[in-house]
Design a protein around this ligand. Structure first.
Ligand SMILES: [Zn+2]
Ligand SMILES: [Zn+2]
Length: 167
């Protein structure tokens, strides 16, 4: 599973894509060098990408050109994403990972030494259907910011039309 890794400029391993550079850098600026600032700007990019998905084809926020979902999937899918943010810091790379890769569903595995290794799953906010694993971004929010898992009804085949109509 591709991951968000930490790298300094010019030290990005060839297997990874540097997302602190154009065109992948976060277009939302962080005015304060703080975790809260980075969290806010990563969340802003996530909101922008989700909003754009509900707009008519060709829509673009005036003044904000950012690679399309298709470009993100084609160029970042399956790759590790390298950024200068520290390991536990909120990073827009986590948001890009979510868009670039389909939400995986990891089966529970029996552990060789007993017990079962299970991956935390994500359920639809509307009907409760299991939609796959919790993403790294969702986990980061829950662990570091006590933020409830974001609404994922628009990923649910049953609830999508309802979720879109409500917004
Ligand atoms: Zn970052
Ligand atoms: Zn649902």
């Amino acid at each position: 599973m591709p991951d968000r890794i930490v790298s300094a400029p010019l030290h990005t391993p060839p297997s990874a894509v540097a997302v602190f550079e154009a065109p992948w850098a976060n277009p939302f600026y962080c005015l304060t060098d703080s975790s809260a600032g980075r969290y806010a700007t990563a969340a802003e990019l996530r909101t922008f990408l989700r909003t754009r998905r509900r707009m008519p084809p060709g829509w673009s926020d005036p003044g904000l050109l950012y690679p399309s979902d298709e470009q993100i999937r084609a160029e970042l899918g399956g790759r590790d994403l390298a950024c200068t943010c520290a390991e536990d810091e909120p990073c827009h790379g986590l948001v890009l990972l979510e868009v670039a890769n389909p939400r995986p569903t990891t089966p529970d595995e029996p552990h060789p030494e007993g017990g079962t290794r299970f991956t935390v799953k994500r359920c639809c906010n509307g009907c409760g259907e299991v939609l796959g694993d919790v993403t790294a971004w969702e986990m980061h929010l829950a662990v570091h910011w006590s933020v409830p898992l974001p609404d994922v009804r628009d990923e649910c085949p049953t609830c999508t039309p309802v979720a879109v109509a409500e917004r």
